[in-house]
Design a protein around this ligand. Sequence first.
Ligand code: SF4
Length: 534
Amino acid sequence: SLWAKVRSESPTCLGSRCPYRKKCFVQKARSAVVDAQIVVVNHSLLFAEMADSSVLGEYEHIVIDEAHDLEEVAAEHFGDRITSWNFSIPLSELLRDSVATKGHLPELLAHFTTNFEVPEDFSTTYDYVVSGVETLRRIADALFTDITNKLDLIYRWRDAPYSLHQRFHAGEDVYIATKNSIKRLIDATARFCADLGMLITGLPTDEDDEIDRLSREITGQMTKLAEAGEALKFMLELTNPDAVYWWESPIRQDSIDSVMCWAPLDVAERLFDAVHTQKRSCVFTSATMSVEHDFQYIKHRLGLDLVEPERVFDIQLGSPYDFQSQLLVLYPEFIPEPNDKRYIPLLSDLIAKISAETRAGSLALFTSYKMLKEAYSYLSPTLADEGILVLAQGISGGRSQLTQQFISDKESVLLGTESFWQGVDVRGEALQLLFLTKLPFSVPTDPYFSAQCERIQRGGGDSFREYAVPRAVIKFRQGIGRLIRGEEDVGVLILCDKRIGTKFYGQAFTNSLPVDFERVYSPSELIEKISRFI
Ligand code: SF4
């Protein structure tokens, strides 16, 4: 609610009638944008602006950095996520407490009755709207509590340490069980917005600035509620057949914050319409867009293959680093495949031996929290005996806290999952060894991933070769990118997934490495090669 108080949104901004206009940060930023020749924004603002170009205005050229992430960001922005907050925040802006003394509605009532002769039906509608706030709040809370409990009852999400992402469709159990309650919330929202609209229609906004301000504030909250209701309706009716719909359970066990989500699957086509055909030039750049030194995959995913070929150019630029002298890649053949039950004990033992021997800052990247926890429970006591600190994501702290601890203790071992595969920047001695435990294939049950696979299969394609492998290669390259972050960095990458050398798709990964890998046949040989290199 603090964020709601300090942010500015188009529907509620008074614009030229605002008394604070000259001091306003938003207006200053807007004029700076108008005067600027180059504007730097993040992906989120870029896509938010495509729906409402009130800040960036018109522009002809666009450079998108970290473009390997663009498909996911675009899918999220073209889709929607609705939680109980989509209702509770606008409702509390309208009426903050049950005694009805704070919020835009009581402010409007007080100002209007003090300064104007209030029409007879205003008070009646006002009381109706105030009781409607409580009703809508109750219905929304009850619905999302119910969704959260049903997700637990059916899928046992509270047993897992992370948020459950579960696809829904017309035959899915939680969807069937909550369908009528969702419909009830949609109807109640529509009725409430109609009453609210009636309340503010005919207010003397031209005669009084405060009435004008409050009317805009109320309209802004009404728009948010109406949009949330429309989004729920869209998802309830499963309106778009070329889309994926899913639930997300809360992260905290005691929360009711389940999310109802959808994302389109035709992201490439949407990017083509919203970006490629709208700008004179678009540059997509990233250190990890190619797969086996080829851009075909990313061009397809981002809709660049829909553009006339003569308008598309690609170039692969070299790295500023001398990988031949800075990076050693080792492939221990003696580790079993990740689905072998000996895998985690042997891998943990290997990490412990290497750390104890080299005392080099080490990062181990996992693809599942379960594996990470198992490795931690072995490594933590074992390396404690050697005086080496073991840090684990989700156990020892959050990402930024762990990264700081890892940087300051140069012999420590950090175990990370999902968010550590990209964006973590540790230079120098703090990170010299990188263990990639398992090839980072997406979880088959991930809603967006699984729906995209089905879409490719329906179109006659091979989702594993065309989507799962190249997607994993890009993430693999992101993971490797954690190791060499500067010209002075020297590091060893240890590929701990045997499949890289035994399966047909392994080549897609090894061909994407910046240097050739070396096979290693025993732990002692591995330790010896590492010790010689760093
Ligand atoms: S209402 Fe006034 S202070 Fe707020 S964003 Fe608009 S111009 Fe700025």
